[in-house]
Design a protein around this ligand. Structure first.
Ligand code: F0G
Length: 458
């Protein structure tokens, strides 16, 4: 008999999960203005809000915490992290920052100005926020297949090079400070980008003389997908694929809270010393001195270890398998999900699931509230609330897909937790046609509204 696959780690420390009743949860979510960000974590049973900063660190990482060097300048922790970054990514220059959006703030302060265009594949919300805040425009050039949950494409995160070319030709290279590639493509469903697509993108960027920046929060999961799905990479190691990936970028931003399995941290890395010198000034202004950025020494140590652990093949396979396990269970329960399954999350097609709820009443948020009330499962809306208003017309934007994301924290939940989540959706599925009304906005911020929005039942 073939032995079953197992996770390559076991539990040493546990954290209690607070159980609650549907009645309690109905009251809590009402008090929270129907915004799941407003819930207290002890009001949640299974927290799938995000895979960001929610992973479980290893005993090695916790040991590294004790070894942190908290010197203001030249700490050994800085050199440990620098060596890990260079070893894994190949980039020679790097700046530590406190998280991904801080990397965006530093780099975009240098590169993005009013009137600019930053094309890419479905920019993440903070990334788009940092572009739009500077009165520039983020243009999504993801392939059309990404917008069709049933389309079977192994690399739905890919850039449509013809769309990109049209954007460049229309606006001229002078307005485009860089092209931004997000690996994996979070917004499209944690979908990977193929090496072929990255190589062609690099060729096109070079032919126009436009730099290429990778938003690399989930670069290791992207590499694992390339190994599993792309011809010619079956026998490559993850580290070889990661090196090849970054050889195609001029710079990268990193939220280490994802694939590097730390609770806080990030960095920027680049090939050019000139870019590094210029970005250093913004790093010092916004984050901290160049040898710690926004991080303490102990956190840089844990990150250095996490970068190695997060790029281990056995771990990555178990990670992707857990996400796949939840996806298959949900499918069995009759839930339509983005397929093939993504790397860090399962994305439920809310318009397909709650067919009666009109788009203006936010079906994905409605489903998120149902899942919370039913079983204390907290997901996050990736639909019209998140898409926000058009910065020019101020009209609501309705993205092609109205999704509920169930993001799985790394090394945290077991298969029985996944079974529980699937059961919650199976129960909602049984009564889904009776859910006809959604929510309306009563309070919203001018930018990134989903974090603080207040809602009421229609
Ligand atoms: N880029 C991508 C692709 C991301 O997914 C995120 C964060 C960021 C940048 C920003 O990084 O949070 O460290 O400042 N994504 C989280 C999520 C929040 O839930 O998907 P950060």
């Amino acid at each position: 008999m073939k032995l079953p696959y197992i996770e390559p780690y076991k539990t040493k420390v546990v954290e209690p999960v607070n159980l609650s009743t549907p009645k309690e949860r109905a009251a809590w979510i009402r008090e929270a203005g129907y915004n799941l960000f407003n819930l207290r974590s002890d009001q949640v049973i299974i927290d799938l809000l995000t895979d960001s900063g929610t992973g479980a660190m290893s005993d090695t990482q916790w040991s590294e915490i004790m070894l942190g060097d908290e010197s203001y300048a030249g700490a050994s922790s800085y050199y440990k992290l620098k060596s890990a970054v260079t070893d894994i990514t190949g980039f020679e220059f790097f700046l530590p920052v406190h998280q991904g959006r801080a990397a965006e703030n530093v780099l975009f302060s240098l590169l993005v100005k009013e009137g600019d265009i930053v094309p890419g594949n479905s920019h993440f919300d903070t990334t788009k926020g940092h572009i739009e805040f500077r009165k520039a425009l983020a243009i999504d050039c993801t392939i059309d297949e990404a917008g069709d949950t049933s389309a079977n494409h192994p690399f739905k995160g890919n850039v449509d090079l013809r769309k990109l070319e049209r954007v460049i030709d229309k606006n001229g290279t002078g307005k485009i400070p860089f092209i931004l590639l997000t690996i994996t493509n979070n917004t499209a469903g944690g979908q990977p980008v193929s090496m072929k697509n990255m190589r062609e993108l690099k060729e096109m960027a070079d032919s126009y003389g436009i730099p290429l920046v990778f938003d690399s929060a989930r670069f290791a999961e992207n590499a694992a997908f390339i190994k599993m799905r792309e011809k010619g990479y079956e026998n490559s190691s993850i580290s070889e694929i990661v090196r090849e990936t970054f050889s195609l970028a001029d710079a990268m931003t990193m939220s280490s809270k994802k694939d590097a399995i730390v609770n806080m941290g990030g960095f920027i890395a680049m090939k050019s010393e000139e870019l590094y010198n210029k970005a250093s000034i913004f790093n010092i202004m916004f984050e901290g001195y160049i040898t710690y950025g926004g991080m303490s020494g102990r956190d840089m140590n844990a990150l250095a270890a996490g970068l190695y652990e997060g790029t281990e093949e056995r771990y990555l396979i178990s990670r992707l398998r857990q996400v796949e396990y939840l996806g298959s269970k949900l499918k069995e329960a009759g839930v339509t999900v983005q397929e093939p399954f993504g790397g860090h999350a399962i994305f439920i097609d809310a318009t397909g699931f709650l067919r009666e709820v009109p788009r203006e009443q936010f079906p994905a948020q409605t489903l998120a509230i149902e899942a919370y009330t039913e079983g204390g499962v907290r997901g996050v809306e990736i639909g019209a609330l998140l898409a926000d208003r058009d910065p020019v017309t101020r009209k609501n934007r309705y993205p092609k897909l109205e999704l509920l994301r169930l993001a799985i924290p790394r090394r945290v939940y077991s298969s029985s937790h996944m079974d529980y989540v699937a059961a919650v959706f199976a129960n909602i599925s049984e009564r889904r046609d009776s859910i006809k009304k959604g929510f309306r906005i009563v309070k919203e911020a001018p930018i990134m509204r989903h974090f603080t929005v207040g809602l009421e039942r229609v």
